[in-house]
Design a protein around this ligand. Structure first.
Ligand SMILES: C[S@@+](CC[C@H](N)C(=O)[O-])C[C@H]1O[C@@H](n2cnc3c(N)ncnc32)[C@H](O)[C@@H]1O
Ligand SMILES: [Zn+2]
Length: 292
């Protein structure tokens, strides 16, 4: 039996566009289709596969997704989540639309939807493992495969808020899909984020000190910052939480199991240190490239 249209996707259909020909998409048995016949399957786990062809290699794998799900469920990143919701809330009208790009398991999107009744959300990610969680994260959250570096399968001005939390960015597309009074909310680590993990495990990827400047350069042609919150606190970690915290980052690919299971290498306390900034779109904008 074909998979039916996920209820959270139905109210967002008018905002979706065929990735191949930009026409509107309509539901059919087990898939979305455009009038030209381009077809995008709806997975039984509730997300729609808009991304066809070659996949980006940076997707989170199944083990990383499980680690992320478990770690975020501890509430250890709750203060980040609350800052994101505060920064987004001003821009979301009743019946607003929130797009979470690189949504992972949908943790931040679900929290915003919880706090803003009537709002609907769409999570985009290249990882089908992450999207299986994101599609279940909230009754008003839909999920679709997409690569942030390609033109988004969304209409111009489709979003009231675009979230980008620890994920790659495409400023030109963020600008195109935001309505003029919308907000982009970007969360990224400072140099102190999880420093204790990096001290102990050299394979944990370091944060490039020039990253903040690159972010600024990439966003400035399209966006002006309206407010930044610095979130910094220390948090204790059990051994399992420390293993998950390492396991949910791309660093997990560079570490061997012995490193992770050596008690002396895992800290029992880490510093969480991130910046969360809200941006308004500039009109008119000047052109610039996607930032990797
Ligand atoms: C560090 S995780 C952050 C996930 C989520 N925003 C969170 O903070 O819990 C980065 C996410 O970006 C996704 N990702 C990586 N490259 C991507 C791309 N080119 N397009 C879309 N998503 C991508 C990964 O699969 C992963 O889910
Ligand atoms: Zn089409």
């Amino acid at each position: 039996m074909p998979v039916s249209l996920p209820p959270a996707l139905e109210p967002l259909l008018d905002l979706l566009r065929c990735p191949t020909c930009r026409a509107r998409l309509h539901p059919g048995p087990g898939a979305l289709r455009c009038p030209a016949g381009h077809t995008f399957n709806i997975a039984r786990q509730g997300y729609v596969s808009l991304l066809t062809g070659t996949r980006a290699t940076s997707s989170d794998n199944a083990a990383m997704t499980r680690a992320r799900d478990r770690f975020l469920a501890t509430g250890k990143y709750g203060p980040i989540c609350r800052a994101v919701a505060r920064l987004a809330a001003d821009a979301v009208p009743e019946q607003g639309r929130v797009m979470d790009v690189g949504c992972g398991t949908g943790y931040y999107l679900a929290d915003i939807l919880d706090q803003l009744p009537g709002t609907r959300g769409l999570g985009l990610d290249t990882s089908v493992h992450a999207l299986r969680s994101a599609a279940r994260a909230h009754a008003r959250a839909a999920a679709a495969t997409w690569d942030v570096f390609r033109p988004f399968p969304l209409a111009d001005g489709a979003a009231d808020v675009v979230l980008d939390v620890f994920a790659p960015r495409n400023p030109a597309e963020f600008h195109r899909v935001l309505r003029p009074t919308g907000r982009l909310v970007v969360v990224r680590p400072t140099g102190r984020h999880l420093a204790e993990l990096r001290d102990q495990l050299p394979a944990v990827i370091t944060i490039d000190p020039a990253k903040e400047q690159r972010l600024h350069q990439a966003l400035t042609p399209f966006f002006a910052a309206t407010g930044t919150e610095q979130i910094e606190y220390a948090t204790s970690l059990t051994r399992c939480q420390a293993i998950d915290l390492v396991g949910m980052t791309p660093s997990a690919r560079h570490l061997n199991r012995t490193d992770l299971h050596d008690d002396n290498l895992l800290p029992d306390r880490v510093t969480v240190s991130v910046l969360a900034t809200a941006y308004r779109p500039r009109w008119p904008r000047t052109g610039a490239r996607a930032e990797r």
